[in-house]
Design a protein around this ligand. Structure first.
Ligand SMILES: [Fe+2]
Ligand SMILES: [Fe+2]
Length: 150
C-alpha cells in the first residue's frame, strides 16, 4: 500500500471501539455490535499488517455472515412493532446498503480479486458508526419505551 494511504487510514481508523455513547441499551444487540466492531478492527489491523489474502478473505466472510445474523435479529425485534415504527423501511434499506456498499466493496475483493484500499475500510467504519449511532440508537430508544431491554 502507498505510504500516504496507509497513514491516512491509520489516522481515521485507529479509534474504532464501541464506546458507551454507542450503546443502544438492548443487551443482546449491544453484544453483537461489540462482536461486529471487533471483527471490523481485526480486518483493519490485518490489512495494515499486510496479511495474506486468505486471512483478509476469512475476516470479510466472517463479517458478512455475522452481519446477516445481526440484521436478522434486529428485524425480528422491529417486526414485533412494525406498525408503530415510522423508520422501519429506512432502517431495512440501510441494512441492504451495508451489503451493496459498505462491505460490498470488500466482497468484490473476494469475488473479483480487486484491490482493497484504505478508503474502503474507512467507508466501512464510517457506515458502521453512523448506523449504530443514528438508526440503531433510535431502535434502542423505541424498544426500551416498549419495555424491551434484553
Ligand atoms: Fe445493529
Ligand atoms: Fe440496524
Amino acid at each position: 500500500m502507498h505510504k500516504a494511504g496507509r497513514a491516512k487510514a491509520e489516522k481515521h481508523m485507529r479509534q474504532l471501539e464501541l464506546k458507551d455513547s454507542m450503546k443502544i441499551g438492548i443487551k443482546e444487540l449491544d453484544d453483537q455490535h461489540q462482536q461486529l466492531t471487533e471483527i471490523i478492527n481485526e480486518l483493519y489491523y490485518a490489512y495494515m499488517q499486510g496479511n495474506h489474502r486468505a486471512v483478509l478473505c476469512g475476516l470479510i466472510t466472517r463479517l458478512n455472515d455475522y452481519a446477516h445474523e445481526h440484521f436478522a435479529l434486529e428485524r425480528q425485534y422491529m417486526e414485533r412493532f412494525v406498525f408503530e415504527m415510522p423508520d422501519y423501511e429506512q432502517h431495512m434499506q440501510e441494512h441492504r446498503e451495508f451489503f451493496t456498499d459498505a462491505i460490498g466493496f470488500l466482497l468484490r475483493y473476494i469475488e473479483e480479486g480487486s484491490e482493497i484500499t484504505p478508503e474502503m475500510l474507512d467507508y466501512l467504519q464510517g457506515w458502521w458508526k453512523d448506523h449504530v449511532m443514528v438508526r440503531d440508537k433510535e431502535l434502542g430508544r423505541f424498544l426500551r419505551s416498549r419495555g424491551v431491554t434484553a
